[in-house]
Each structure stands twice: as C-alpha cells, then as structure tokens.
Write a protein that binds this ligand. Structure first.
Ligand SMILES: Nc1ncnc2c1ncn2[C@@H]1O[C@H](COP(=O)(O)OP(=O)(O)OP(=O)(O)O)[C@@H](O)[C@H]1O
Ligand SMILES: [Mg+2]
Length: 466
C-alpha cells in the first residue's frame, strides 16, 4: 500500500486530507508541524509527503529540503494559498513534484495524487530493474511432455493461488527460475512485482540492506533512506534464488520475516509489515546442509512448505525433442533464420547425451547450431564435439554366462571400460579432471586410457583442466 505523510498545522485540513486519502486507499499518517514531519521522515519511508508551506517554525520548504536530503526517492506535494504563487515556484525549484492551491478542488487533488503515485511506482520499478543483479527473463512458456513435467504443471496450478512459501530444488539449468515465474504469473499477484534476488551474487555485507532496506546513517554509505527488496515486492512475489548461499546471519533475519511477516530496516526501529509471497530456489542439498550446520534447520522447514523438485533433463529425456524444437523456433526468431528441423541422427546424439547442464545447456547447444549452420537443418556436424561423441559408444552388455564358443575377455572388459570412461566424461561435462576423480583414477592414468580407446575429447576442455 502506498504510504503518505500529511503535514499541516491546521487540524481541519489534516482531517480533511487524511479522510480523503484513506478513502482512496492510501496508508496515511499526519503530523501537525514541520519538526514532527522531519522526525517522521527520519523514522519511516514514505512514497509521498503532502505539506503545507506556511507553518510556524519549520515550514514546508524546510520539510521539502529535509526530504531531499534523507529520502530523495520520496515525492513531495506542497500546499499553497492561491495568492502566494511565489511559494509554489520556490518549492518546484527545490524539487517538489507539484503543488496544490487552496481552496481545494477535491477531484483535482485526487488526480494530482494518483498521478504522483503512478509516477512513483514507475520510478521504483525502474530503480529495481537497475538494481537487479540477475539477468531479466523474457516470459517464455514452459515446454515439456514428460510425466514429471506434467506433474509440475499441475503443482504450479494448485499452489499459485495460495500464499505458502515454495522451495524449488533441482540441478543447475533445470528451470527453477522459470517455475518461480510461472507460479507468480498464475497467481492473483500477477499484476504486482516479481522481484528476483540472487543470494549468492550479492556480498554478505550488502545483502541485508538490499533485502530489508536501510535508514540514513545506518552504515557508511547509507546516505539516504532506502526501501529494500522485501518492501518492493509488497503484494507480489520475492524470489530468493540460490538460497543455499545465504549467510547464517541473514538466515536468522529471514526466518523472522517468514515467521512474523515483519522486519526492521537496517538502522531502523520500526517494524515493517509486508505481504510477500516467498519462493526460494537452490541447486544444493539443503537437508545435507542442515546436517552439516551450514543451513538452519528451522529456516529449512519454513521454506520447505511446498517443495517442488525439478528432475534433471537426463531423467526426462522424452522432453528433449520438444524442448529442442522450442529452442530452434526461439532462435529462428531471434537470429532471423529458418531452420525447419533437427536431423534424425543429430536427435539421436541429443538423446544419448547426459546433459549435466540440463535445459540451459540444451538451449545453448541449439542456439550455437542455429548461429553456425547455414543449411536449414541441424545436423550432427552442427553439434559440439562432446555431444557428437555421446551415442557412439553403446553400453557394452556384460555376458550373463560364458557361451560355449568362449569370449574375448580383453574385448569385453575393454568395452565396459570404454563405456564407463565416456559416462564419467558426460557426467562431468567433459571435464577430465573431474571424470578421473569419479572413477578413482589419477589424471595421468585416465588420460592414458582415453588414448588407448581413442576417445576424442574437446581441445577446449584439455586446456581448461591442465
Ligand atoms: N521447461 C522448459 N521449457 C522451456 N524453457 C525452459 C524450461 N526449463 C528451463 N528452460 C530454460 O532454460 C534456461 C534455464 O532455466 P532456469 O534459469 O530457470 O534454470 P535454473 O534451474 O534457475 O538454473 P540455475 O540453477 O543455474 O540458476 C532458461 O533459459 C529457461 O528459460
Ligand atoms: Mg536460476
């Protein structure tokens, strides 16, 4: 709700404005002189201050000056007598948004205030986008046909209307942020802000003030009052991405907000209430972190009210064709090309690959292919090296018994070995050092085996790992 401070030394005027503003749906506070106004501006953050200019002691222009110093994002409307236009001019020069002349035309005042609020909202949103650390998503629809993803679609529909906290888990690139947005878009909050914050991307010292806001002087650099992302997301959704990276000190504060729906701004004394739906996401195993005491158990249970787990892409390979087609069309549009389809053998490679980077990796592969290929079909040759290698090695069957004609032990064991080497490489995104670790081999011995079976690896990864 928008918050307005009314400053006037005349009781009747205060009452009149307060009643009118409350009727219009604004959260309104009124004070009777300039000094009280300055105090109120120090103690809380307002969207708008409406102040009379002529007041004994600290006058309206002083109040305006104080707002400019302490809370420059707050708008100020001044009230002047019809006869004293020079006051209005002075106020406008000092940065007032507009002025209202007495006697009042009530409809006109309502309009001026409504316009001010609209402008404020736009400027807050603009400010938010400037402050956003993560990249902005364009709203894409979610694609998928597997049983797993359909269950998730169902889940989104069921949980969207509630306000319960959601915890989205899944490997990197499985679509956690997309799901969070879909929940918001399907909820009654869709017209209100969806504010995303990446807990891992903001330094610990800034995170608290970023989330909860701060008051002027709370710390070096706090040169004015500022609302935080929780307040910005009021009535909307706050997406706390990479929640596993949240420092313990802030975990305590977040717990309090989730329990009491209240918090204090950094350096502030007032309890702020917000109506925010929280969706958190992580690719880490929070239960394990709780056991290891790096994540608070009580916070975990507060977040995990509605758990949504996104399966990795290799667990729902049946979605690969439809996703690949979806990205093909997307990059056709973006790059201005006309790819029709993906060749059958190329699709077989896509299906055979392990996708450690999940959907994001698939998207990148298709984008690259669309950009590089000149013919309108994605062929095996358009795919990166590591994926081209993916299905060339068919899992070697281990003979259940030794047939009477005998077997070639070297050959059978070699096939199994080769298969496991490739699997380890796929699992680690072809990072050889990690793959070697996965097989409990020294890097040297691992590389020797790659050579032995002439398994081709990317030159890029070669340099990366050495
Ligand atoms: N089901 C889907 N349909 C279409 N696009 C998808 C789907 N799932 C994910 N994507 C796309 O894949 C990319 C990765 O998704 P997203 O960023 O939501 O993953 P994430 O789980 O948040 O990853 P990370 O843990 O790395 O942050 C995005 O471009 C997203 O639009
Ligand atoms: Mg993400």
């Amino acid at each position: 709700m928008n918050k307005i401070l009314v400053v006037d030394d005349e009781q009747s005027m205060r009452d009149f404005l307060t009643i009118m503003l409350k009727k219009e749906g604004y959260d309104t506070v009124s004070v009777e002189d300039g000094q009280q106004a300055c105090q109120a501006i120090d103690d809380d953050i307002y969207d708008l201050v409406i102040t009379d200019i002529k007041m004994p002691g600290v006058n309206g222009l002083d109040v305006l000056k104080h707002v400019k110093q302490v809370a420059p994002e707050t708008y100020v409307l001044v009230i002047t007598a019809f006869s004293s236009t020079e006051d209005a001019v002075a106020a406008m020069k000092q940065g007032a948004l507009d002025y209202i002349t007495k006697p009042f035309d009530i409809e006109k005042i309502k309009l001026v205030i409504r316009n001010a609020m609209e402008r404020k909202q736009l400027s807050d949103e603009h400010d938010y986008y400037k402050r956003q650390y993560d990249h902005q998503f364009d709203v894409k629809h979610i694609v998928g046909n597997s049983q797993a993803i359909r269950q998730i679609f169902d889940m989104i529909k069921r949980v969207s209307s509630s306000k319960s906290t959601v915890l989205v888990t899944g490997e990197s690139g499985t679509g956690k942020e997309l799901i969070a947005q879909a929940i918001h878009q399907n909820s009654p909050r869709r017209e209100k802000p969806f504010v995303a914050v990446s807990c891992g991307a903001i330094p610990e010292t800034l995170l608290e003030s970023e989330l909860f806001g701060y008051m002027k002087g709370a710390f070096t650099g706090a040169v004015s009052n500022k609302i935080g992302l929780f307040e910005l997301a009021d009535q909307g959704t706050l997406f706390l991405d990479e929640i596993g990276e949240l420092p313990l000190m802030i975990q305590v504060k977040l717990l309090r907000v989730l329990q009491e729906r209240q918090f204090k701004r950094v350096g502030g004394t007032k309890d702020i209430s917000v109506d925010v739906r929280v969706i958190a996401a992580t690719n880490r195993d929070l239960r394990k972190m709780v056991e290891e005491n790096t994540f608070r158990g009580d916070l975990f249970y507060r977040l995990n009210v509605i758990p949504i787990h996104l399966p990795s892409l290799r667990e729902r390979k049946e979605d690969i064709p439809i996703l690949a087609q979806h990205f093909l069309e997307k990059y056709n549009r973006e790059i201005g090309k006309r790819f029709t389809h993906i060749a059958e053998d190329a699709m077989a490679k896509l299906l055979g690959y392990q996708w450690p980077g999940n959907i994001r990796e698939l998207e990148n592969v298709i984008e690259r292919a669309v950009a590089l290929e000149s013919e309108p079909i994605i062929k095996v040759a358009s795919l990166p090296e590591n994926i081209r290698g993916a299905t060339e090695f068919v899992a070697a069957p281990i003979p259940a018994d030794i047939p009477s004609e005998g077997i070639d032990l070297e050959q059978v064991v070699g096939d199994i070995e080769k298969d496991l080497l490739v699997k380890a490489l796929e699992k680690t995104g072809w990072v050889k050092k990690q793959a070697a670790k996965l097989l409990n081999l020294s890097f040297r011995s691992f590389r020797y085996r790659l050579d032995k079976f002439s398994i081709d690896t990317d030159e890029e990864n070669e340099t990366e790992t050495e």
